[in-house]
Structures are given as C-alpha cells and as structure tokens.
Design a protein around this ligand. Structure first.
Ligand code: GLU
Length: 503
C-alpha cells in the first residue's frame, strides 16, 4: 500500500507543463440513477482525455453506504456505456471493483488519516450525534449558519480518557484554519477564492464507523490514481476548497480543477429529482427512445461552442476540438424541445438498420408480432415513418396499423372519408386491380394508383384518402406506395374488403 510520503507528483508537474499524460475521471456516487449532469461531466472528462490523448477513469464513490446501491452502480455503468462514454480504467458491471470503489479501501484512507493526526493536522473528535444535534439546534435558534464549533480540537488527556471510558467511538476531524482564503486558478471559471470560515469548521474525514468521508476519500483516490485534472460540476466548488486544504496538509500538489456550470431548467432552477422526477435521469431518455448520439451531442453543445459554429457532431468529430477554455462560465439550460430537435435529426439520419435494431424492443413491448413480417420488412416499416418521429416511443402508434389485423376505422373516417359512392368506387377498382399490381415495388405501386385515378378521373384527396383510410385507418401517414408494398397483396385485400363494408 502506498503512503503519503511515497506519493510522486511528477505526473502533476508534467501535466502542468502540458507534457505528461492527462488522467481524468468521472466519479459518480451510486446513490441514484445516472443524472443528466453527471453524464455531461463524464462527457467533458471523456472529451478532454481524448483531446489530450489521456486516460479516462471511472470510479465509484460509495462512501455513503446507506444510500449506495448495486442497482445504481449498474445503472451508471450501463448508462455511460450506452452514451458511448467508454472508460480506459475502472470497473465493469460485476467488478472487479478495487481500487475503483471507495468502500474497498477503508484501511488505506485510515492510513492517511493517521498520518494527518501524527502531523497535528487532524484529531480524534468524541462529540456524539446528540451533542452535534444540540449544537445545530442552538445555532438555528440564534440565527447562525450550522457549523462545528471545533470543540474537540484541544481536548485534555483527562477528557479523552473520560470519553473513551464512556465507550464513545471517535471520528477523525481535519483542522480547517480560519479565517484564510483558499484560491485556485480554475480552468473553466478562472480565479476562485473561498473563505475557509464558510467551510463549516473542522471537518470529519473518517466517521466513527471507520468510513472515510467523500472529501477525504476523493483526495486520496485522486492522488492514488494520479489524476492530473478534476473536471466536475460547479456544485463542488466548496468541496474543492476543502480538498485543497487536505492536499496542502499532505504536502502533495493538487491536480488542476475545472468546474463546469450547473444545468438549469427553463425556469432557471437546478435540474433536480424533486422537481423534475425521472426526467433528470439518462435512463429515462433511454426508455423513451432517445438516441445516445443525440444526447451526447446535445450535452456537448450545451455549454461549449464548436469553433466553426457547428451544431451536429459525433463524439469522434468533436474530441480533437474540445477544450476547457471554451466551456461557458454561465449556467447551461436544459430544454427538452431542443433535445428533441437533435433526436429527430439522429432518428432521420442514422443508418436505418441501426434505428431498426433500436426500434424493435419498442415494437415488441407494444405487443406487435414482429414475425408477421419477413426479411427487411420491419426496416421498411420503421423507414416509412421515421421522418416524422421525435423519439422511438412514438413509433408504435405510428406503425400500429401495419401489425393490426385490420386498422381501426373511426366513426369520423367512416362518415367523412369512406361514405358515398366515390370512395366505394376507388376501393372497388383497386381491389379488382390487385392481381396485376407491381407488388414489392413501392414507386411502381404508387404509379399504378395514380394511373387508376386517371381512369376514374379522381386525384388528390378523392383518390388517396379512401385508400389510406382503408389501409391504415388514417388519412395521413407514410407514402402510399411504401404502405402498399409493405402490407402486400393479401393484407391489402383484407383491408379493402373491410373498408368496403362501411362504404
Ligand atoms: N461523487 C461525487 C459526485 O457524484 C464526485 C465529485 C467529484 O468528481 O469529485 O458528485
């Protein structure tokens, strides 16, 4: 096991000269599903690593043992993979986790905490949960901000012996000198200064249960894993100040910090589970049939501007161009209408075979019998409607009529589109011509319908609507020739006969 003294910071010195290998990480806590904000942070780290030919690490920060769950670990790993943000080091589903999981490193953190105690930078604190709750209560009553009052800093030996005899189990607290300013040059935000008086007093680094606190474990991990840059959300700025104090006490050079702006909703409020429910989770977008390409593209351009002003790009295209100095300092806005615009673009432009593979689970879930169609017909079905889709969850409704025995004919369709002589004449003529139609050739089928219209001296609505209604139950939908080609002669016949019974 490494010790604080043996840590080399050569990687940091090299990185600061732009010479060494960049090492960055995404360090989610498995206390919830993969959040949109975490995905954006992961994306920035991924792009930064790619841009600098560096290493992107995934680490699971599970120091919150009560809220951490395997289910969330899996969701995070799955979600990052789905987005295409593959890591160079770190766990996969099912492990092996060490050293990329904090609860597996308890002894290691204790070792560093012991060193800080020996160096007079930390101490054992015997305050009980009840005492701390009382302190908080008092502070609340007197209108003070909650903070630890550093009461355990200078315990006498007698007091310590008394607490030990009472069976109190101590936590380890790190001494936060105050007042003083902690400053750093942030790669996104520029110069940042935090007053240590705002950090809540001496901070627990090891709980009485023996578990390390996030702000401590993260420093040790970033040292162990030789991180050169820490790119994370702006909500961590106060944590950064605390972490810089720990680096200083360990006499280890810190990595470069970069804090990305928060993501707000259209009402300028933080994206939160409480307000926005499942829509803050990547999994939600996956289930709703969003394209991962659209999500990463949308997240990338949310706070970063392409040098040529491009809006649509892939991860590979953008990686050589991405840098932190071009990330905006002001909050990003999550606008689902804009995400939908990106998604529609990708549904229309990605390979049809890929969209079809992604579409199949949505069709199966809707209860459609996919084996009713052969060969590439499912692809044709998806292709026939993809222009009009925003997400794949809209697909089943758009193609339901292909899978139904017969389309549902609404009263409105029956009375306005199918009623009267003309529609009956169109459908009957078409039925009589079925044997001679060029089946399998969509453009030729459309031409055949038009030729039939000429014979009947009908065109436009008068010609197409009854046929569309008979085939799909609707007057709008995919190209008529494509619809006929996909349905094929037998299905078309059944549908025409059924519609004719309503004419
Ligand atoms: N576990 C922290 C979080 O999920 C990571 C913060 C960091 O990147 O250091 O917010």
């Amino acid at each position: 096991m490494s010790t604080a003294n043996s840590q080399s910071t050569a990687h940091l010195e090299e990185a600061s000269k732009g010479a060494g290998k960049v090492r960055v990480r995404i360090a989610p806590s498995p206390t919830g599903h993969l959040h949109v904000g975490t995905a954006r942070t992961a994306l920035y780290n991924y792009l930064y690593a790619k841009r600098h030919n560096g290493t992107f690490v995934l680490r699971l920060e599970d120091t919150d043992e009560v809220r951490s769950r395997d289910e969330f670990t899996h969701d995070i790993i799955d979600g990052l993979k789905w987005l295409g943000l593959s890591w160079d080091e770190g766990p996969d589903i099912g492990g092996p986790y060490p050293p990329y999981k904090q609860t597996e490193k308890v002894d290691h953190y204790e070792h560093f905490a012991d060193k800080l105690i020996r160096d007079g930078r930390a101490y054992l604190c015997y305050a009980t949960a009840e005492e701390l709750a009382l302190l908080k209560e008092d502070q609340k009553e007197t209108g003070q901000a909650p903070r630890y009052d550093n009461r355990g800093r200078d315990l006498t030996d007698a007091a310590r012996t008394k607490y030990e005899a009472e069976g109190r189990i101590p936590s380890v607290r790190f001494i936060v000198d105050e007042p003083r300013m902690v400053s750093w040059q942030d790669s996104i935000k520029g110069e940042i200064s935090i007053d240590t008086s705002d950090l809540g007093g001496d901070m627990v680094i090891i709980k009485s249960t023996g578990t390390a606190i996030y702000n401590f474990a993260v420093v040790i991990d970033d040292i162990d894993m030789k991180m050169t840059h820490v790119i994370r959300g702006e909500d961590h700025i106060h944590n950064t100040a605390k972490q810089l104090l720990i680096y200083e006490a360990l006499a280890i050079n810190p990595p470069v910090f970069a804090h990305a702006p928060l993501i707000f909703d259209l009402e300028r409020q933080k994206l939160s589970k409480r307000k926005h429910g499942e829509t803050v989770h990547i999994d939600y977008y996956r289930k709703m049939g969003y394209m991962p390409e659209a999500i990463v593209n949308y997240l990338a351009q949310m706070s970063w501007t392409h040098p040529e002003g491009k809006e649509i790009y892939t991860l590979d295209e953008v990686a050589p161009l991405f840098d932190l100095d071009k990330v905006s300092k002001s909050p990003a806005v999550f606008d689902v209408a804009r995400l939908n615009w990106f998604n529609g673009h990708y549904i229309r432009s990605l390979a049809l075979s890929l969209i079809t593979e992604r579409a199949k689970p949505f069709l199966s879930q809707a209860g459609f019998n996919l084996s009713a169609y052969e060969g590439e017909q499912i692809e044709q079905i998806v292709g026939s409607v993809r222009e009009g889709l925003t997400t794949l969850s809209e697909l089943p409704d758009a193609v339901r009529f292909f899978f139904a025995e017969k389309p549902e004919l609404s009263e409105e369709v029956k009375t306005t589109v199918l009623a009267g002589e003309k529609p009956a004449q169109v459908l009957k003529t078409l039925k009589d011509k079925l044997a001679d139609m060029p089946w399998g050739d969509a453009p030729a089928l459309k031409k055949a319908v038009d030729a039939m219209g000429k014979e009947l001296a009908l065109k436009g609505k008068d010609l197409y609507w009854p046929i569309r209604a008979a085939l799909s139950g609707k007057t709008q939908g995919p190209d008529l020739g494509v619809t006929l080609a996909i349905l094929g002669r037998e299905r078309v016949l059944v549908r025409l006969e059924s519609a004719l019974s309503h004419c």
